[in-house]
Design a protein around this ligand. Structure first.
Ligand SMILES: Cc1cc2nc3c(=O)[nH]c(=O)nc-3n(C[C@H](O)[C@H](O)[C@H](O)COP(=O)(O)OP(=O)(O)OC[C@H]3O[C@@H](n4cnc5c(N)ncnc54)[C@H](O)[C@@H]3O)c2cc1C
Length: 467
């Protein structure tokens, strides 16, 4: 995926704002650029735009939204900023953290009001580290439905979106100003388009095994659960154009993917009282630190698996999620009336599982303290019938990438913006710092939609001011 310096190159077709990638970031960037008065073209390698966005749960955190106000939820920008900074131990650029949190509410309200994306507040449980209910989703609560809504919005706005257009080369002048790109069609034909500004919305490098091994060896052998098309093209082009990268070791993992079924099992089960045990029937971690970092302790267990243990109340909550219903339909979810029967259904040692339940009951009652540091007192004790599902840990998407400012402009190592290059979502370094534990639930789509909007708006302003 090279960058070619060719100041003399002329392009017959020209798009003032060109967006590479039609996931959440790309579509939001395109809508924003369109609303700011620019002509936009989106190039997407797949037949149908999907990306990791369509694989996701589609939950987007946002603060000070009208959906929160309707429920009398007070969630000032400062509170969301503090939540993110606490989780990432202040490793992420605080200016970008502030910018995405500040933009989060207005971005979702704009998508709803100007483009008919029907957001609702996700209720019923609080994600780890969120001080208030702030997850928003379309009513179906899936990433696929979010993508469908964004695509509808793009079509209604009359945006030009070219699919099966795999961008292969970026052309620049001698001063790293992007002049255009070439893209490959399924029959191998190469086409080209010039541009005034380029928005890189082609996500991270989770699908590129060599890059994952190079930057994040700790997760290189785990299942990759994101979009295969995320090959690190943005990092390659952006750095060749003089952009800096940071936090390349950061990623969103997940400690709860049903195996061998390959279905995300919602972390709500853990937040509502469930716990994880290994093949010995023993807990091995504090499940409330976050689902992202939980990928590592899970893959460290024998067979790289764990069992999520929970009860009927949690199961009912799980049934709110399409993924979970799919797991149920495929027989991934085991149910039993007693702990002994559950142990036998899962092939776990009954004595050990019974002892683990007894320990958890003591932590919940306050008569003993969890050595892993989890507080079990806030949720009701588990009650029969009991449930279990076998899970593994996975890499969902990478969080490191091109350094951007509050307008999603790509910056060079000295902090100066590249002339006409923008990045957002998985293409940019995110708001999770440098480690897996820095990922606060929803940081992925938060960075995709907010930086997407900021990038699209700024790119439109740039081309408006160009001669
Ligand atoms: C299972 C799962 C669940 C998740 N759940 C959540 C959640 O609930 N909340 C949350 O905040 N985050 C979640 N995430 C993370 C979230 O999905 C990502 O952070 C987000 O989708 C990134 O959006 P994006 O637009 O940057 O990338 P993507 O949605 O991956 O879009 C990138 C697009 O670029 C295209 N592309 C790549 N290279 C090229 C090229 N050279 N030419 C043309 N096109 C190209 C790809 O085909 C793709 O369509 C989840 C991730 C996974 C895997």
């Amino acid at each position: 995926m090279p960058v070619v310096v060719d100041p003399a190159r002329r392009f017959e077709v020209h798009a003032p704002v060109l967006v590479v990638g039609a996931g959440a970031c790309g579509l939001v960037a395109a809508l924003a650029a369109h609303d700011a008065g620019a002509e936009v073209l989106v190039l997407e390698r797949d037949v149908r735009p999907a990306g990791s966005t369509a694989l996701s749960s589609g939950f987007i955190p946002a603060c000070e939204t009208r959906w929160q106000r309707e429920r009398r939820i007070v969630d000032p920008v400062a509170q969301m900023v503090a939540d993110l900074r606490r989780k990432n131990h202040d490793e992420a650029d605080p200016r970008v953290v502030e910018a995405v949190c500040r933009a989060s509410g207005p971005t979702l309200e704009w998508l709803a009001d100007a483009h008919g994306v029907p957001f609702v507040l996700v209720e019923g449980f609080l994600y780890p580290g969120h001080s208030a209910l702030r997850m928003h989703a379309v009513p179906e609560k899936t990433g696929a439905a979010l993508m469908a809504a964004l695509q509808r919005a793009a079509a209604d706005a009359g945006l030009d979106l070219l699919t099966q257009a795999h961008v292969s080369t970026v052309y620049a002048d001698g001063a790293s100003r992007v002049r255009g790109v070439t893209f490959v069609r399924p029959d191998g034909e190469v086409e080209e388009v010039g541009c005034g500004a380029l928005v890189l919305a082609c996500s991270g490098f989770g699908g590129n095994a060599a890059m994952v091994r190079r930057y994040i060896p700790e997760i290189a052998d785990a299942l990759y659960f994101g979009h295969v098309g995320n090959q690190g093209d943005a990092v390659e082009w952006g750095t060749a154009l003089g952009g800096a990268v940071r936090d390349m070791t950061a990623y969103q993992g997940h400690g709860s993917v049903a195996t061998p079924h390959g279905i995300l099992i919602t972390w709500a089960l853990m937040m509502e009282g469930g716990f994880q045990v290994n093949a010995s029937g023993r807990r091995f971690s504090n499940e409330h630190l976050g689902y992202s970092e939980q990928c590592l302790p899970v893959i460290e267990q024998a067979g790289r698996v764990a069992w999520n243990i929970y009860d009927e109340r949690c199961h009912r909550l799980g049934m709110d999620f399409e993924d979970y219903r799919g797991a149920q339909a495929l027989g991934a979810i085991r149910r039993a009336e007693t702990i002994a029967a559950l142990a036998s259904a899962c092939g776990l040692p009954g004595d050990a599982l019974t002892a683990t339940f007894a320990e958890v009951a003591r932590y919940a009652a306050g008569s003993a303290r969890d050595p892993f540091g989890r507080d079990f007192s806030s949720r009701p004790a588990l009650a029969p019938p009991y449930y279990a599902v076998r899970v593994t840990g996975a890499l969902f998407h990478t969080q490191g990438g091109l350094v951007v400012d509050e307008s999603a402009r790509v910056l060079d190592p000295q902090g100066a913006p590249r002339p006409n290059l923008f990045a957002g979502g998985g293409a940019a370094s995110g708001v999770s710092g440098a480690h897996v534990w820095g990922y606060l639930s929803g940081n992925g789509l938060l960075a995709a939609v907010t930086l997407g909007r900021l990038a699209g708006t700024a790119a439109a302003a740039l081309v408006r001011d160009q001669p």
